[in-house]
Design a protein around this ligand. Structure first.
Ligand code: MTE
Length: 391
């Protein structure tokens, strides 16, 4: 029974008893549990196995600030390549004085850094765009996001070692996977402006090349043996199975830079050609658990600052009356640049409560839109997150 139906004839005391026994929860989670798949030892909802695309259940997602690998979403456009570490080489070429070829052992000998950074797919929450008008692609819910501890080398160190030519403006990344699209097979690629690659600050490097995730070598699905990590940018720029870096005077012509990860209204060839690639991740938040706590309800979730240097989460608010009034949530996790924050809020339900809503505001004072503009590829959905309550 939906909460709405129940709400019409409920008696408040009985409702709270049901909350206490766990009979009330989120509609969406109940639906999910019925279709839960397990990928090896992970508890991930698998959208597709080949290529692997999977996301965690929301209660698993917010158990800790650092997301365990088993609960970390996987987004791959081609099948996962199984690579050997000893034969692996990274090449650096293009507008550099000295092209490089580096083995894993050579990369590991360079100065290492550790970084907490949240990775989120541009398609996170795409299913909510599809509720307005169907969008093709993986119908991600709110779980295409995770926060990990990455270890590896600064991209700028590698670029300085190779020596940048004056005309250098963009850094391309190329993976070792084989993506099939439109009758062609090619590697996934990403690209970032050189300014971002070189923007090393105390709080975060502009970008890094990671070999470790949460103190262990990257798993095959997350890019073993090497991937780029670009803090603050959409996940598509953090290229897995990274084997080639090209320094250029223009953005990469790779399909995933030139055509795919762009905001377009209808997706005509002209629109795609005219629009710039997406780089930064958007301000976002989601409700992940709802539980009874005496006469009140405890709600928890995540909030993501936008990928703008120096901008953090100022506040997270939850509403039980369709946005007429808001309760400020408590931020319960560390605050680090380009990282999500976890939050919890104690909410008392009103007799009219049908759903809960969350929205986040960043340190510039910008708040998530109630509803973002629909776009044909279903990217960057960051409207107020709503969950219906059910019995
Ligand atoms: N790198 C390669 N080589 N191939 C891919 O398909 N997917 C990208 C990015 N890097 C991808 C890739 C996208 S769209 C995202 S959101 C992130 O990887 C997801 O990283 P994860 O699977 O480790 O969570």
């Amino acid at each position: 029974m939906l909460y709405q139906e129940f709400n019409a004839r409920r008696d408040r005391r009985k409702f709270m008893q049901q909350v206490a026994t766990g009979a009330v929860g989120l509609v969406s989670m109940a639906a999910w549990n019925r279709t839960l798949w397990a990928a090896d030892d992970s508890r991930l909802f698998v959208h597709s196995k080949a290529p692997m695309n999977a996301e965690p259940l929301l209660p698993d997602l917010v158990k800790s600030w650092v997301t365990p690998v088993e609960s970390f979403f996987i987004r791959s456009h081609g099948n996962t390549p199984i690579l050997g570490g000893s034969s692996f080489r990274l090449t650096v070429e293009g507008l550099v004085d000295q092209p490089l070829t580096l083995s894993l052992a050579e990369l590991n000998q360079l100065s290492q850094i550790e970084l907490s950074a949240t990775l989120t797919c541009a398609g996170n929450r795409r299913s909510e765009h599809s509720r307005i008008k169907t969008v093709k692609g993986v119908q991600w819910r709110e779980g295409a996001i995770g926060n990990a501890q990455w270890r590896g080398v600064r991209l700028s160190d590698i670029l300085k070692r190779a020596g940048l030519r004056d005309a250098a403006k963009h850094v391309w990344f190329e993976g070792l996977d084989a993506v099939e699209d439109g009758g062609k097979t090619f590697a996934f690629g990403g690209s970032i402006p050189l300014e971002k690659a070189l923007l090393d600050r105390d709080t975060a490097p502009g970008a890094m090349l990671a070999t470790m995730m949460n103190d262990k070598p990257l798993t095959a699905d997350h890019g073993f043996p090497l991937r780029s990590i670009v803090p603050g940018y959409i996940g598509a720029r953090s290229v897995k199975w990274l084997s080639k870096i090209v320094v250029s005077d223009r953005p990469s012509p790779n399909h995933f830079v030139a055509d795919v990860y762009k905001l377009v209204d209808e997706g005509s060839l002209l629109e795609v050609a005219e629009n710039a690639p997406i780089y930064r991740m958007p301000l976002n938040s989601a409700i992940c658990t709802v539980a009874a706590k005496s006469e009140r309800i405890e709600v928890t979730g995540y909030a993501l600052p936008p990928g703008v240097p120096g901008v953090s989460i100022r506040k997270v608010e939850v509403s039980a009356d369709d946005g007429q009034s808001w309760t400020e949530a408590k931020l319960t996790s560390p605050a680090a640049e380009f990282c999500w924050q976890l939050w919890s809020a104690d909410i008392s339900l009103k007799s009219t409560t049908r759903e809960l809503i969350v929205r986040a505001t960043d340190s510039r004072g910008e708040t998530q839109p109630q509803m973002p503009r629909w776009n044909a590829k279903g990217y960057l959905f960051n409207g107020w997150h709503r969950v219906s309550l059910k019995v």
